[in-house]
Write a protein that binds this ligand. Sequence first.
Ligand SMILES: [Mg+2]
Length: 411
Amino acid sequence: MALGTAIRSAEVLVTSPDRNFVTLRVTTEDGVIGLGDATLNGRELAVVSYLRDHVAPLLIGRDAHRVEDTWQLLYRGAYWRRGPVTMSAIAAVDMALWDVKARLAGMPLYQLLGGASRTGALAYGHASGRDLPEVFDSVRRHLEEGYRAIRVQTAVPGITALYGVPAPSGSGTVRYEPAQRAPLPVEEDWDTRAYLRHVPGVFEAVRAEFGPELPLLHDGHHRMTPIQAARLGKDLEPYDLFWLEDCTPAENQEGLRLVRQHTTTPLAIGEVLNSVWDYQTLVREQLIDYVRSSVTHAGGITGLRRILDFAAQHQIKSGIHGPSDVSPVGMAAALHLDLAIHNFGIQEHMPHGRLTHEVFRTSATFSGGLLHPGDAPGLGVEYDDAAADAHPYQPAYLPFSRLQDGTVHDW
Ligand SMILES: [Mg+2]
């Protein structure tokens, strides 16, 4: 090993500019820096401890070039495998080491992953509204911002607070942020029958308003049983969705067989899945069309590429998770993969706020509906310590749901 590429320090950085982010910063003896995203929304400090107390000591003195060996050491060497905390920690190390390697090579990371397979990554934005006029306004605003594919979420009569729809704020331009800064999670309500009755009519209206060409997406957020999801997929077929996402909880992989038997609406799943083992039935039986895992929660570039290569053999494409809780570092990693892989499908894009961009200075761009990671060496993200230190960690949680009779439901 060249002495200069040995890891000198591995720092775990926590900041809360617009929301909480956990970042791993690896520095080599020669002073080359690599960044990795370790943000696990609502459970951030568990990954901080995993990295700081159990992973960082293993990294000191290791050759930063040994990306695969380090991944295997952290995955197999812990004995306890998989799970979001472990796989987010491994992801942060993996991203940071790829960042170091690409900076040393003087190339943007996508060049090391095989080079660009396309000019940019088609991105979809999140439109939503409490009623049809608000939904139409939101779709129009996204079109004006340049989006060429749009996810549509809508309020449902009879449900007070719903995933994907911002609470009334008086401003038409508010961005949806599900994690709330509070000492305890917020409670929302849910009624599957009301949802199933309402959603098809919204898509009928949106299709009629915006025409047949615009790719439209919808997220069911794990709330239906397989037979309910099958019905929704069938009811949405006339409106030609790009995908129906998370129609049923993903850990029941066999449940997707029932959905698939009944509908040709394309299916996307996997944002809560974190290893290739979570996709065995889904991919082998072609029960889905898009893989939704994030780089941050699925073992990094090495882990997600393993899933996407497996998916490619079954004509399944990528739809990498990109909510606001994936930091600009995690988003950069996603964009380098998006550019390089052959089986790219689409990239989720939930823009970060101004304060977040002051902490994470990114070379990524959005133009003509396409995201691009930029051509700075490495991931293309610099971390500003002074800006970060002005925003200490604040407890924040994702909400949870209850049915009318008080039963906890999937959020
Ligand atoms: Mg989702």
